[in-house]
Write a protein that binds this ligand. Structure first.
Ligand code: UDP
Length: 465
């Protein structure tokens, strides 16, 4: 069997898949950062001979025509897709409580379909804790997909402990705020604090997630073994169930997944093609992160003051009170004409793969981080919440493939961070290290490499159901 997302970034099927052609049902959170890796996982499993069914919410639907070989089953839940308001954990809890009936009905319908191959398993995001009981009641195995870095799960596991310890009452005025976490000295106390605006709610919800993950038939991590091996080892005791590290999932497929956020703007590519190699700053803060009006303006001044070319993704909802570009400083567009491009949304994977991109200023979402690693692009990390502060700490202090620009965003701080990465010797060293990590990814996808092996084991495991 050839399972490959190797150096040529394509999946190759040179021999007939050895599976029994069973059906696999997948269900992701209705946001880009979860839907994309789930669709990528589905595509990989499809190449191995499984029949794919995607259950999704009516709102935030993936584009069915991009996946003609999948069956889609929309379910109505009466709520819109996930937002960060009031904050992620309460919204996900709400979804868990409101999906039960429609999801159960949909699953029962699929299981009862005549003349269809058997359902091998259900794969859902780990965050859908409600799905374990449903799967158990229908006697189908449920595997969980964790679309985040493995180390952030270590923190999620202990959020309740950190909450009891009073971490979330600390502010930047307290000396402990900047200190290392005694249990995990690679992280700072402030990284843990920044994961949640509602630590009590988050601890409650994550306790349920952890319990149901333990009851599941296995964990699929969108990560690869090498950078997180030590953490994986620690977590193995907590989750004594089969575990698969076959990521980065985004490496198996050549193009950016279909967008559920906005249409991809491609008009800037002509301009990007004309820029010198590694000269352009790519700035994007993902699908959900918000900026205050003041932060937005500081980002604009910061980018303008660098005097370097930039491509800036400004989602129309990135600042609550704005329409789109109305809050830009006066004369900003005039000042950066020809040097800077602003778009609402872009095919990020293609942008990061472009030779003109010199660094990625990111909110440190896990997909964005993996995409940057796969293309060897150094990062400037401005994390907001959930797993992002943990990822950013690892990017800057542990893997040393980027730098941190957290806390308050100021134009001076931005200018200096960009200079460090784009112009200084430090930036060159960062680029060398991220290229080594990129090579580790390639090795993990080679025959016998960790991700390659893990995918093979997963396919055998699912086939055995
Ligand atoms: N993305 C994109 N176009 C953009 C900005 C982002 O396609 O203009 C994609 C990006 O490639 C990534 C996803 O959106 O796959 C964002 O996921 P991530 O985990 O980085 O952050 P989240 O949005 O979930 O916080």
């Amino acid at each position: 069997m050839t399972i490959h997302g190797g150096r040529d970034h394509t999946i190759v099927e040179s021999t007939p898949p050895p599976t029994k052609g069973q059906r696999i049902i997948l269900f992701a959170l209705p946001v880009q950062g979860h839907l994309s890796p789930m669709l990528q996982l589905a595509s990989i499993l499809h190449t191995q001979g499984f029949k794919i069914i995607i259950i999704h919410t009516e709102t935030n639907s993936p584009n069915h025509s991009n996946y003609p070989h999948f069956t889609f089953k929309p379910i109505a839940v009466g709520v819109t897709g996930l937002t960060c308001e009031p904050e992620p954990s309460s919204h996900i809890t709400y979804l868990n409580e409101h999906y039960v009936d429609s999801f159960t009905e949909c699953l029962a319908g699929l299981l009862a379909e005549p003349n269809e191959p058997p359902v091998a398993c259900l794969i859902t995001d780990a965050e859908y804790y409600f799905a374990q009981e449903v799967a158990d009641s229908m006697k189908i195995p449920r595997l969980v997909s964790w679309a985040c870095t493995i180390v952030s799960v270590l923190v999620y596991r202990d959020i309740d402990y950190f909450y009891q310890k009073g971490y979330f009452n600390l502010t930047s005025e307290d000396s402990e705020y900047e200190e290392p976490v005694p249990e995990y000295p690679l992280l700072k106390v402030k990284d843990v604090i920044k994961t949640s605006r509602n630590p009590y709610g988050m601890a409650k919800y994550l306790t349920k997630v952890m319990k149901e993950v333990k009851a599941s038939a296995g964990i699929i991590w969108n990560s690869f073994k090498e950078p997180e091996e030590a953490i994986l080892h620690t977590l193995n005791n907590d989750f004594p169930i089969p575990r698969f590290t076959l990521g980065p999932l985004q490496k198996y497929l050549p193009l950016s997944s279909s967008s559920i956020v906005f249409e991809h703007d491609r008009t800037f590519f002509e301009w990007l093609d004309a820029q010198a190699p590694k000269s352009v700053i790519y700035a994007s803060f993902g699908t959900l992160a918000k900026l205050s009006e003041l932060e937005f303006q500081e980002v604009a001044y910061g980018l303008a003051n660098t005097n370097l070319p930039f491509l800036w993704v400004v989602r129309p909802d990135v600042v609550k009170s704005s329409e789109w570009l109305d809050l830009l400083p006066e004369k900003f567009l005039e000042q950066v004409r020809g040097r800077g491009r602003i778009v609402k949304w872009c095919p990020q994977k293609e942008v990061l793969a472009h030779e003109a991109i010199g660094c990625f200023w990111t909110h440190s979402g896990w997909n964005s981080t993996l995409e940057s690693i796969c293309e060897g692009v150094p990062m400037i990390c401005s994390p907001r919440e959930v797993g992002q502060p943990i990822i950013a700490r690892y990017v800057s202090d542990v893997w040393k493939i980027g730098i941190l620009l957290d806390d308050v965003l100021t134009r001076e701080g931005i200018e200096s961070a960009v200079k460090r990465v784009m112009l200084d010797k430090e930036g060159e060293q960062i680029r060398n290290r991220i290229n080594l990590l990129k090579e580790d990814v390639n090795i993990s996808f080679d025959e016998g490499g960790s991700s390659h092996q893990s995918l093979k084991t997963l396919v055998d495991y699912i086939s055995s159901f």
